[in-house]
Design a protein around this ligand. Sequence first.
Ligand SMILES: Cc1ncc(COP(=O)(O)O)c(C=O)c1O
Length: 412
Amino acid sequence: MTVTPAIEADVLRSQDPELAEILLGERERQSTTLQLIAAENFTSPAVLAALGSPLANKYAEGYPGARHHAGCEIVDVAERIAVERARKLFGAEHANVQSHSGSSAVLAAYAALLRPGDTVLALGLPYGGHLTHGSPANFSGRWFDFVGYGVDAETGLIDYDQVRTLARTRRPKAIVCGSIAYPRHIDHAFFREVADEAGAYLIADAAHPIGLVAGGAAPNPVPYADIVCATTHKVLRGPRGGMILCGSELAERVDRAVFPFTQGGAQMHTIAAKAVAFGEAATPAFAAYAHQVVVNARALAAGLAAEGLVVTTGGTDTHLITADPAPLGVDGRTARGRLAAAGVVLDCCALPHGDARGLRLGTAAVTTQGMGEREMARIAALFGEVLRGATEASKAREEVRELAGGFPAYPR
Ligand SMILES: Cc1ncc(COP(=O)(O)O)c(C=O)c1O
């Protein structure tokens, strides 16, 4: 049997033309528009090959050497390789690579350390906390007593004084650091100190920056946090999925919290793809990529500021930028719509200084495509033209198509 990477939607053509059209349509969309969603990236063909492999067929509840199903001898090796590569990449004593998503990883971290009703301190949702950090619409808000810390309304920086005060007064069982939208490095040493003072566990939700950590372009939370949760599909450039890192003393609790407490069978094709991504992330080429992601984000942030947008915190340390387009006469939602019409794909987000929505964008995907500071300047100029209404959407769309077409993420 020939194993065709999933990217080759052609394999579907004869069997299911309806779905083939959808895969080809999405491939076309991704290759002719600009992917500035901060949480997205282009995985390598090797990662896609693992995802589209016969490992997808295997049931493997449990852990290597202790499965509930027969026939796991080969997938066991894949999981051991993934665990070893993750441990080495992040300097962790233990890694669990089975979490189906970032949210599943956070759920398992809470399950390992907390009881329902426990108090947890985390960045408030209006300031960039994730749904799993206490949203009433999520298990976290329903099962735990979340207390939110915030960011300074002027600077957009985490209000570290407030974190300390809330930890002292509310005595949380765990403190979560990590965000969906915070563009600056997080002071893990500070959070460790405050957690120790309060007798709390420290959970670092590094879903966003973990790829930068892998490439040495952001500080590593592993030496500070009791548990680090992460996704594998953002800057890290792996398959969609989650991962947990911790010390040996919590290894068993974490493993049990993932399986059997919160999940069933491990997805072995995804775990193999994670192993491939960890292998790629350990290379000098990936380190260069991670640093370029930050260089590009800084260039883009500076370009957006020059166009008149208000960039939160005045810039970025990471792949991520949040900005208020209000000075250009548009709110975040309108801006997102206009940019989408031009083929520039990004998100809206909350802003630290009020109710208005801003824009959230990142440079992970465009950097994978090989774009650099010159292209970031061109993209920033496009923002200015589109948001001011100085260029017709169709003309901007053509410019985006040409720019994206010059940097194909995959061989045609
Ligand atoms: C900080 C943080 N935690 C958790 C998640 C959840 O990841 P997933 O969408 O894979 O469940 C995200 C996703 O963006 C995130 O940014």
